[in-house]
Design a protein around this ligand. Structure first.
Ligand code: PBG
Length: 328
C-alpha cells in the first residue's frame, strides 16, 4: 500500500492535513445603504444591502462568528452620484458613517474600507472619465488624488485597513503618502493588486448598482488572457509602493496566480471569492446539484492551500458556523 495508509481513518487524515481554515481567516463583505430596510439581491440569495441601523447587529454577528473582519461597500441612490464620485470621499459619506457606527459599537472589530469610486460615480467607472480622440478614457492622475482623499477620509472615520480596488497605476503610493501625511502611518493598505476584468463581478454590480454606464473596465482591470508577467508586474509595483497585503481577485479561477505570488512575495496574500463565485455555488446548492457546505469549504481550503492568508467571502458567517460543527 502507498499513500492510502494516510487516508485510512479520519484520525490519520486530520493529523497529516496541511491546511487549516479558521473563522479568523475570513473577511465578510457588507453592502451598506443609508436608510430603509434590508433588501435582497436577486443574483446573490442570502446577501443583502443593509441600512446603517443594522450595522451594530452585523458587527456583533461578525465578532460572535470569530471572523477576521468585515469590508464595507457603499450603495448610493443614483440621485447622489456625480462624475467625480464625491460620495466616496465626503466626510459624511455612507462608508465613513458606517465605519464610525461600527467602531463606536465594536471597537475591537477589524473594519476594512474598499477604496474605489465606481459605487459613487454617475458613469460607474472607477476613476475620472474624460473624452479622448478614441472615445472615453479614465484619467489616471486625476483619479489618484480622489482615491487618496477617499482612503484618508476612511482612515479619519476609523477604518483599520484601506483596500484600494480601482486599478489605477500608482494608487498604492498615492494612498500611502496621503495616509502618512495625514497622521495615519499605522493604517495598512490591503491592495487589490491583481484584479482581473472579470464577468464574475456581475452580481456585485447589481448589489452596489456600480456597473459602468458605457464601455467596460478592460482599460484598467487586467485581461484574463494575460500572462503571469502582468500579475507579477502589478504585484511588484504594489509591493514597492508600500502595500502591506496583496490581493488576487477573483479567487478560484486564478489559483495559479495566487500560488505564484505565494512563491515570490513574502507579504501576506488575500484572495477575494467574488460575487459570481458565490452566485455559482449558491445556485448549484439551491438546485440541489451540490452539497453546499462541502463545496464551499472545499473551495476555501483550495484558496488556503494556494497561499491565501486572508479570504474575502460572502460565505464568511456561514462558513464559520460550518467550521464550528467540526465535521471533516
Ligand atoms: C470596486 C469593486 C468591485 C468588486 C470589489 N470592489 C467591482 C468591480 O470592480 O467592478 C467586486 C467584488 C465582487 O464581485 O464580489 N471596484
Amino acid at each position: 500500500m502507498g499513500p492510502r495508509r494516510l487516508r485510512f481513518t479520519e484520525g490519520i487524515r486530520r493529523l497529516v492535513a496541511e491546511v487549516d481554515l479558521s473563522p479568523r481567516h475570513l473577511v465578510w463583505p457588507l453592502f451598506v445603504k443609508e436608510e430603509g430596510e434590508k433588501e435582497g439581491i436577486s443574483s446573490m440569495p442570502g446577501v443583502f444591502r443593509h441600512p446603517l441601523k443594522d450595522l451594530p447587529a452585523l458587527g456583533e454577528e461578525a465578532l460572535e462568528a470569530g471572523l477576521g473582519g468585515v469590508i464595507l461597500f457603499g450603495v448610493l441612490p443614483d440621485s447622489e452620484k456625480d462624475p467625480l464620485g464625491r460620495g466616496a470621499y465626503h466626510p459624511e459619506g455612507i462608508v465613513q458613517r458606517a465605519i464610525r457606527t461600527l467602531k463606536r459599537h465594536h471597537p475591537e472589530l477589524l473594519v476594512i474600507a474598499d477604496t474605489c469610486l465606481c459605487e459613487y460615480t454617475d458613469h460607474g467607472h472607477c476613476g475620472v472619465v474624460r473624452e479622448g480622440r478614441m472615445g472615453f478614457y479614465v484619467d489616471n492622475e486625476a483619479s489618484l488624488d480622489l482615491l487618496a482623499q477617499t482612503a484618508l477620509s476612511q482612515a479619519e472615520a476609523g477604518a483599520d485597513v484601506v483596500a484600494p480596488s480601482a486599478m489605477m497605476d500608482g494608487q498604492v503610493r498615492a494612498i500611502r503618502e496621503a495616509l502618512d501625511r495625514g497622521g495615519f502611518a499605522h493604517v495598512p493598505v490591503l491592495s487589490y493588486a491583481v484584479k482581473y476584468a472579470s464577468s464574475f463581478y456581475g452580481p456585485f454590480r447589481e448589489a452596489a448598482a456600480s456597473a459602468p454606464r458605457f464601455g467596460d473596465r478592460a482599460g484598467y482591470q487586467m485581461d484574463p488572457r494575460g500572462g503571469l508577467w502582468d500579475a507579477l508586474w502589478e504585484a511588484q509595483l504594489d509591493d514597492l509602493e508600500g502595500a502591506d497585503l496583496l490581493m488576487v481577485k477573483p479567487a478560484l479561477p486564478y489559483l495559479d496566480v495566487l500560488a505564484e505570488l505565494k512563491r515570490r512575495f513574502s507579504k501576506p496574500l488575500a484572495a477575494y471569492q467574488v460575487s459570481g463565485e458565490y452566485a455559482m455555488l449558491k445556485a448549484a446548492a439551491l438546485a440541489g446539484y451540490l452539497d453546499e457546505r462541502r463545496a464551499v469549504l472545499e473551495s476555501l481550503y483550495a484558496l488556503r492551500r494556494a497561499g491565501a492568508q486572508v479570504i474575502l467571502t460572502y460565505y464568511a458567517p456561514q462558513a464559520s458556523a460550518w467550521l464550528r460543527e467540526s465535521l471533516p
